[in-house]
Ligand binder design. Sequence first.
Ligand code: PGA
Ligand code: ZN
Length: 419
Amino acid sequence: MIYGVLLPQVKEVTARMIFDSRGNPTLQATVLTAEATGSADAPSGASTGKYEAVELRDGGQAYHGKGVSRAIENVRKISDAIKGMEITDQKKIDDAIIKADGTPNKANFGANATVAVSLAISRTAAHATGKELFDYLNPSAMRLPIPMMNIINGGKHAGSGLAIQEFMIVPVGAKSFSEAMQMGSETYHTLKELVEDKYGKAAAGVGDEGGFAPPIKKARDALDLIMKAIDKSGYSNMMKISLDCAASSFYVKKKYKIDGRSTSTKKLLELYLGITNDYPIFSIEDPFDEEDFKSFAELNKAGKCRIVGDDLTVTNVEKIQKAINMGSINTLLLKVNQIGTLSEAMDAAMLCRNNRCDVIVSHRSGETCDTFIADLAVALDCGMIKSGAPCRSERLSKYNRLLEIESLLGTKAVYGLPG
Ligand code: PGA
Ligand code: ZN
């Protein structure tokens, strides 16, 4: 379609309540232009970083305080602030949203309101220009990411008492994204058999991100079980393991409650070093409390594996810059709703790129079937995505969208880490 000089403009943004994968309210924003429309959903974390942008909830009795009617109201204000703006002017629109909110952390409108609108703008622009979202965001995008699949859930995502929140399998040896998914799916189902054999059928229920949550108490027991599943599936040497410790969630009174013990920072560092010696560890995310940039840096200096910042860095350029300056991380976990707009998340990715820090695009533990992050991972050319286990549709919707993108790209598609 030819628009001449006049590009589609924002006519109105609306929002309504939907439910996320935990059955809690969240919001879906819809952008209207004369030519096209597009929607996006706000995800929601459980082990949220202290410095994340504010998720606005109603409080009170309804939905246990988790209602989003105030955030939905605020979408009307956002709509007024960006009305008439050109839909492809993502940066200008996001800047206008930030200005209208007027706080450093989206405390006024709520980052759940701003993120849903910001992503919906981008999707509407893709529709208006007749492009696939990843292609609209980056016309030279062709890289499919390594799926980091969380197959044992602990921490705040499960009730097992296992301190470390995520045990992921990482099919680094796959030749393509679809092969990576096959490796992940087969290993996941082998793990299910092993869990049932060892802990009984009732133990094969899943946590918030679709991974199993058997009554394992110690990190090494979880790792041994996963190693067995990898070996039995025939993928030794092709599959690595990643951890998201989300360590702030088991940091109590200056000690870490892990493996049934209260552990000092120094001993925890030793525990990680031991694990990296004994298992094929690809990355460790949030190994220490979210304030402890120094201990992150010590582990990073050991050079054993990727050290990933999530709660530490909250997709915030100031925090990321500090983490880079201090040598705390070599990889960023990028979550758009931690900062509240797509442009700010893109700035975070750009800062990383300019400082040789890699990026993993990530879902939240509370998700919807919105597939935006799949396109974003391809567009950012970052080569890694974290979207939970190959189980539950809110997790698979992203992986399935990536399978679709893989076929859309055809022979142009490449897989894995860049360079
Ligand atoms: P969250 O967990 O979405 O509950 O914050 C995901 C993560 O810590 O990476
Ligand atoms: Zn995390």
